[in-house]
Design a protein around this ligand. Structure first.
Ligand code: 5GP
Ligand code: ZN
Length: 139
């Protein structure tokens, strides 16, 4: 699979940096976002490095989407939020910060104040790890 040496998500895929992993299969990997906008915020990436929606091949985006649905169901079963957004960002105005195609799974709550573009705020790693374990138990 293609891999970029300075890409943080390629490093996660390779196991070179740690993550709270929720799922891994031949094509995709899902893990907790360490700067969650809401508890349960997860990311799904294809193992191969593709920059964005415009570059990723159709079969790769299909694999990521199927995993995103699986993760969404587990997050829904775990946290029972009032809503769920799947988000995917491309380019600077859309605030893409990691140049490796990924989908966000974001649990939503009524009036949680979340807007489309948000500032990154690091979460509590113990809380994120505990939540990852609960979500995994619902997969
Ligand atoms: P983007 O803004 O590119 O759509 O989203 C990138 C996401 O990756 C952000 O929500 C950010 O918190 C997350 N992120 C950045 N670096 C890391 C990391 O090292 N580990 C994890 N788990 N998430 C990361
Ligand atoms: Zn990458």
């Amino acid at each position: 699979m293609s891999n970029e040496s300075d890409c943080i998500f390629c490093k996660i895929v390779a196991g070179d940096i740690p993550c709270f992993k929720l799922h891994e299969d031949e094509d995709s990997i899902a893990f907790m976002d360490i700067n969650p906008v809401n508890p349960g915020h997860a990311l799904i990436v294809h193992k191969a490095h593709h920059r964005d929606l415009f570059e990723i091949p159709a079969d790769n985006i299909a694999a990521v989407t199927l995993t995103a649905q699986r993760i969404s169901r587990a997050v829904q079963a775990t946290l029972e939020p009032a809503g769920m957004n799947l988000l995917q960002c491309n380019g600077p105005a859309a605030k893409q910060s990691v140049m490796h195609f990924h989908m966000h799974v974001i649990p939503r709550h009524m009036a949680d104040g979340l807007t489309m573009n948000w500032e990154l705020v690091q979460g509590d790693m113990d809380e994120i790890g505990a939540l990852a374990e609960r979500i995994r138990s619902n997969m």
